[in-house]
Design a protein around this ligand. Structure first.
Ligand code: ASP
Length: 603
């Protein structure tokens, strides 16, 4: 080894020892005759003192070095002079007096500072990711990720799960997102697809009798990018046989609690995760992935508002459309301009308008265009229903239920942000259960599954598949945290006839179902155990545990928002010979265009 100790290791107990450190020059301070160097490695930092009086050769070498040079230092551990200790550094009580300093490799001046946290353009960070990864924030995030995944592996191993790898080259099946395709050289004109998830394979492992499977699985979906999406991402893929819903939920809940306690920089808001039905989540929060760090719940005031003289409310309620409101504390003094701004946001979320009532904090007078249509009794009833207080702002929406939920759900998020509730440093996990099996009816008369087509309908609802498919609830469950969906899963269908029936409702003919999913349907006829599973997203979980705003901060080499690797310049054009081998032709000029787009973004 080129070092005897790591840079975060030495303490007062080591004083007097001869040691050798190796690492990067984090900072260098020339005090004239004495040069202080903070030497850094992954483990930490140690102050090295290079005194011309102790070693002229070391001093001459130290005069030449610059930040990020790689150096090796031999010297003696010494207690720092009284008053010069650094309590912020684990090694802050000692320093190493250098007898020898060797430059192992010089470094160019980095394009951004490594030794302090400052805002750097993300494109630049991604181009020089190997330098960005040297920074403390990224090292911390990578460590949280490592600890989380290690915890998961140990936890599941203790509970009898085995990790099985499934193929990256698989078959294109119409499952939801767009596939990444890989052309086959051996079978010209044919393609593999990168897995959107190992869904079918993990179910086949249950058919194969493995009972408890997991995998830290890479998944690929060609979707538009968002803060919490990447073309490739990592899931903890889990599948179990002979289980019911609560077996999966209880296991995963224990896993998440343990993982957060072991690896997270952010604590849990509570240890027992609430279980909300989909219907309850929508009614109370307007979304199926509510941020439970705060209330601002949607409250139904249809019975009161429907009797008011405000004809929009009266007509809506008569037509079965609700009137709902949220109470926002402390915003009762909002100006007309601020309220117009909120109304614009509500319109973006689908509202025709946004009604409001504002209670003056001092006079307790109620402002708002609609108040004059409410009797005093009705106003009192509204205030009571919402537990309103002086200084509150009530935001009110009425429309089809779906729209009211979308609008007030968006308002709740916005106001939660403005009031600082979304900055709370805690993780509020919950389960959402009892989803409808189908999300919507498509134009062609077929149905889109809420989760995926392998999710089982509730047994007692199977007969409704013929009479009223949209009323059927499923065995789907989502794990949510702080407004994100961090995992989804379900108890699966394990009978061929039922799987085929669902495929038909989704729009596959018998032939198409056989062609696309024949392997799975066949397998179901060879003794398939009841089974279920889940797939929490590792990137999103680590993002939340690290307190980061997007998943790129917790992935070592992420793609940019334009799905490009800015460091290696991927995707890239390939040699014509490679395309020929694959019997593929690229339309003239296409490759060049995308390349230009990418270099522009770097500037
Ligand atoms: N494969 C599903 C997904 O990736 C999760 C599951 O049902 O286990 O969303």
């Amino acid at each position: 080894m080129l070092k005897t100790h790591n840079c975060g290791e030495l303490r007062v107990e080591n004083v007097g020892q001869q040691v050798t450190l190796a690492g990067w020059v984090h900072r260098r301070r020339d005090m004239g005759g004495i040069i202080f160097i903070d030497v850094r490695d992954r483990d930490g930092k140690t102050q090295v003192v290079v005194d011309a009086g102790r070693s002229q050769a070391a001093f001459s070498a130290a005069e030449q070095i610059r930040p990020e040079y790689v150096v090796q230092v031999r010297g003696q551990v010494s207690r720092r002079p009284a008053g010069q200790e650094n309590p912020d550094l684990p090694t802050g009580e000692i320093e190493v007096l250098s007898d020898e300093l060797v430059v192992l490799n010089p470094a160019k001046t980095p394009p951004f500072l490594i030794d302090r946290e400052e805002a750097v353009d993300e494109a630049l960070r991604l181009k020089y990711r190997y330098l960005d990864l040297r920074r403390e924030r990224m090292q911390r995030n990578m460590m949280i990720r490592h600890q989380a995944v290690k915890f998961i592996r140990d936890f599941l191993d203790r509970r009898g799960f085995i990790e099985v790898e499934t193929p990256i080259l698989f078959k294109s099946t119409p499952e939801g997102a767009r596939d990444y395709l890989v052309p086959s050289r051996v079978h010209p004109g044919k393609f593999y697809a990168l897995p959107q998830s190992p869904q079918q394979l993990k179910q086949l492992l249950m058919v194969a009798g493995y009972e408890r499977y997991f995998q830290i699985a890479r998944c690929f979906r060609d979707e538009d990018q968002r803060a919490d999406r990447q073309p490739e991402f990592t899931q903890l893929d889990v599948e179990m046989s002979f289980v019911e819903r609560d077996d999966v939920l209880n296991l995963v809940e224990a896993l998440i609690v343990g993982m957060v306690k072991t690896a997270s920089a952010v604590p849990l808001a509570y240890e027992q995760f609430p279980r909300l039905s989909y219907a309850e989540a929508m009614e109370r929060f307007g979304t199926d992935r509510p941020d439970l760090r705060f209330g601002l719940e949607l409250v139904d005031i249809s019975d009161i508002a429907g009797k008011s003289a405000f004809h929009v409310f009266a007509e809506n309620v008569a037509a079965g459309k609700p009137v709902k409101a949220i109470r926002v504390p402390g915003c009762g003094t909002y100006s007309r301009k601020q309220l117009t701004e909120l109304e614009e946001m509500a319109k973006e979320a689908g509202a025709k308008g946004l009604a409001w009532m504002a209670i003056d904090p001092e006079t307790e007078e109620i402002r708002g265009f609609i108040t004059k249509f409410f009797s005093v009794e009705q106003l009192v009833a509204v205030m009571e229903r919402l537990s309103a207080e002086p200084g509150d702002l009530l935001l009110i929406a009425s429309d089809e239920r779906r729209i009211v939920h979308a609008v007030l759900g968006a308002m709740r998020e916005e106001m939660g942000q403005r009031l600082g509730y979304k900055d709370r440093k805690e993780l509020a996990f919950a389960w959402v259960v009892d989803f409808p099996l189908f999300e919507e009816m498509l134009e062609d008369g077929h149905y889109a599954p809420s989760h995926h087509m392998f999710t089982a309908p509730k047994r007692e609802h199977i007969s409704w598949l013929d009479s009223d498919p949209r009323a059927v609830l499923s065995e789907q469950y989502d794990l949510i945290c702080n407004g994100y969906e961090v995992g989804g899963g379900s108890i699966r269908i394990h009978e061929r006839w039922l799987q085929q029936k669902i495929m038909n409702l989704i729009g596959f003919s018998m032939e198409e179902a056989r062609e696309q999913f024949g392997h799975l349907l066949d397998a179901f006829e060879y003794g398939t155990p009841p089974h279920g599973g889940i797939a929490p997203g590792i990137d999103r979980l680590v993002m939340l545990m690290a307190g980061e705003p997007n998943i790129r901060e917790v992935i070592a080499f992420p793609k940019s928002q334009q799905a490009a690797d800015l460091m290696a310049d991927a995707p890239s054009t390939v040699a014509p010979r490679q395309l020929e081998e694959l019997s593929i032709a690229v339309k003239e000029g296409l490759g060049e265009k995308s390349k230009q787009g990418m270099t522009q973004k770097l500037r």
